[in-house]
Write a protein of this length. Structure first.
Lengths: 82, 227
């Protein structure tokens, strides 16, 4: 039941690791390979779909490399206006 | 991070076409390459003086300066104090990272006691080199200043608070309410010689005790502009 996910732009990431320190679920880790720019980019490791799209990683990223996606709620679960 | 907060604020307020930034000398000297707005480059420390001139001749524009601690607290101390004393209707973003960044990590007026820099290799000795200057507290004493606060960007919660303060500082100017300054504690991993994560830890553990966050002056006239 993934509620969110992130996309990390490896061409912008400079491997500062700040996002890894703020993820409340500890889902962001540094890659073992090098990006085209020569850094080890951050990657999302989320096999169980725990990411909630909380925005903390995107907020602290100095290079605006993280895009956050959130699932929209199914229409049936949305509050029906009175 | 701070560039982004300003850029987001400018777009949220819809003032991209009428904003003029004044670039400092320092790490942010190339700021005009990163913003799609008008910019002027000031001589070292003279950004508030240049912003004064721009704002007085073009009063319908939004004029802000972006200055580091080497610029604002050292060579530009006179300019910033007098701009605040005159109550110029400009916005100042003051980035304090306790070191001279662009020139290679020398001791700045804001360098903490005991902190090692390239020009104080054994640590800042306050007997010899004096105490760090707290600019927000100084400028809050100026009757002309309307909004003087200190924020930090060491964690996401504080980044969000900083964003609100930056937006408030621009709103102060849009409402002709006088001088607004946001001092932002920032890191310099390169010249502190630490990793990015350790640098934010340093801000939190070492800088915050000497530079407490808070609202140093929020004039009655601008209280309703601050969220």
């Amino acid at each position: 039941m993934a509620r969110g996910t992130i996309a990390i732009d490896e061409n912008r990431c400079k491997g500062c690791e700040l996002c890894t320190t703020v993820c409340p679920k500890d889902l962001i880790h540094m890659a073992t390979y090098f990006s085209a720019r020569g850094y080890r980019p951050a990657t999302l490791v989320d096999p169980n779909g725990q990411c909630t799209g909380c925005l903390l990683c995107a907020t602290i990223c100095p290079d605006v490399a993280i895009t956050v996606y959130r699932e929209t709620k199914p229409a049936a679960r949305q509050a029906v206006p009175a | 991070m701070i560039h982004r907060l300003i850029a987001e604020t400018i777009d949220e307020l819809g003032i991209r076409e009428k904003t003029i930034g004044v670039a400092p000398v320092g790490c942010a000297v190339f700021i005009y390459n990163y913003f799609d707005i008008d910019f002027a480059e000031a001589a070292h420390g003279r950004a508030p003086a240049m912003a004064t001139g721009l704002k007085r001749t073009l009063p319908d524009r939004v004029v802000f300066t972006y200055q580091g601690d080497g610029d604002l607290a050292a060579i530009g101390t006179a300019e910033i104090i007098h701009a605040a004393a005159r109550g110029e209707n400009i916005t100042v973003i003051f980035v304090n990272n306790a070191i001279y960044g662009m020139t290679g990590g020398q001791m700045a007026p804001t360098t903490l006691p005991g902190m090692k820099t390239t020009s104080s290799p054994t640590g800042r000795d306050v007997e010899l080199q004096g105490w760090p200057i707290r600019m927000s507290e100084i400028l809050a004493q100026m009757p002309g200043a309307s909004y003087v606060v200190r924020r930090s960007v060491h964690d996401p919660g504080n980044i969000n608070k900083t964003k609100k303060a930056v937006k408030a500082a621009f709103n102060v100017q849009l409402n002709q309410a006088g001088f607004a300054m946001v001092e932002i504690l920032s890191s310099c991993p390169t010249n502190w010689g630490v990793s990015a994560t350790d640098a934010l830890k340093f801000v939190k553990e070492q800088m915050l005790p000497y530079y407490p966050l808070g609202d140093y002056k929020v004039a009655d006239a601008v209280k309703n502009l601050v969220v």
